[in-house]
Write a protein that binds this ligand. Structure first.
Ligand code: C2E
Ligand code: MG
Ligand code: MG
Length: 277
């Protein structure tokens, strides 16, 4: 009874927070295999509750999915992330989609209008789905994924390997990216089984022509293993935590370096600054 009441209270507060626009979107860098060059960012919903502080995403997302609030929440995250990415240099933005968004509302129209309203190039948007999306009405979901792909956006299989039949879905849809679940990445070095599984998934990605992204990279050793085995992209606390948009903007677009002391000949019409700084 206590748990139910707490959940109801969370639902009520989430509804109010959504209405007031109190939800935030943070972003986590996805880097090339060397762990140096940003290639994308993953948009992650964040909620700071006035009494509880930061509520874990998994907690409020599950409440939102049970109550239908995931529809306005998902739309807010999608529109915010597209608008934000349009203002950044050419990195991709990944947005997580819930199974509920496939069952209710017109997801294809929502994505089309978010792209149109923000002017974001569709090739810079990646939509992440988990196997949960494909569990029911697989044929209908595959048709929707095809229509989303027709818009020009990319589709990623998130948390790969944790479901019941991840492999069969790779056969049914040509995903652009496979995201290797952090439970496998976290076991690298410590468990030989994890090494073997990650190596196999990377080989699978190569054979199927799908990019691979390892989630939850937390150590230098894990990064070295992934590099050696040919993983395409990496994401995790070792490289960068999810951060507010302003902080990510500074990482993506660092200020121009100070001019070198031996400056090249200025072009004609160039006026040097008068103050010595
Ligand atoms: P996900 O899509 O697999 O996102 C990755 C999660 O792993 C994020 O948790 C991220 O903060 C966390 N993470 C990243 N690097 C590391 C690491 O090195 N170590 C560890 N231990 N964790 C790491 P977060 O933000 O709490 O989100 C949890 C899940 O909630 C997400 O998993 C996603 O399924 C869902 N979620 C978050 N935002 C949204 C959203 O806007 N819409 C939907 N539908 N789901 C969302
Ligand atoms: Mg994700
Ligand atoms: Mg994941």
């Amino acid at each position: 009874d206590g748990r139910l009441q707490a959940r109801r209270a969370l639902e009520r507060d989430l509804r109010t927070a959504l209405l007031r626009g109190e939800l935030e979107v943070h972003y986590q860098l996805q880097l090339d295999a060397r762990g140096e060059e940003p290639v994308g960012v993953e948009a992650l919903a964040r909620w700071h509750h006035h009494e509880r502080g930061w509520v874990p995403a998994e907690d409020f997302i599950s409440v939102a999915e049970d109550t239908g609030l995931i529809l306005p929440l998902g739309e807010q995250v999608l529109r915010t992330a597209c608008a934000q990415a349009a203002a950044w240099p050419k990195v991709r933005v990944s947005v997580n989609l819930s199974p509920v968004q496939f069952r209710h509302g017109d997801l294809v129209e929502l994505v089309r209008s978010a792209l149109q309203d923000t002017g974001l190039d569709p090739t810079r948007l990646e939509l992440e789905i988990t196997e949960r999306v494909l569990l029911t009405d697989t044929a209908g979901v595959l048709a929707t994924l095809g229509r989303l792909r027709d818009l020009g956006v990319r589709i990623a299989m998130d948390d790969f390997g944790t479901g019941y039949s991840s492999l069969s879905y790779l056969q049914k849809f040509p995903f652009d990216t496979i995201k290797i679940d952090q439970s496998f990445v976290g076991g690298l070095e410590a468990q030989s089984e994890a090494d073997a599984i990650v190596r196999a998934v990377l080989g699978l990605g190569r054979s199927l022509g799908m990019r691979t992204c390892a989630e939850g990279v937390e150590t230098a050793g894990q990064l070295a293993f992934l590099q050696a085995e040919g993983c395409d992209e990496v994401q995790g606390y070792y490289l960068s935590r999810p951060l507010p948009a302003a902080d990510i903007g500074r990482l993506l677009d660092p200020p121009m370096p100070a001019p070198a002391t031996e400056a090249p000949e200025p072009p004609i019409g160039w006026a040097p600054a008068t103050s010595a700084s």
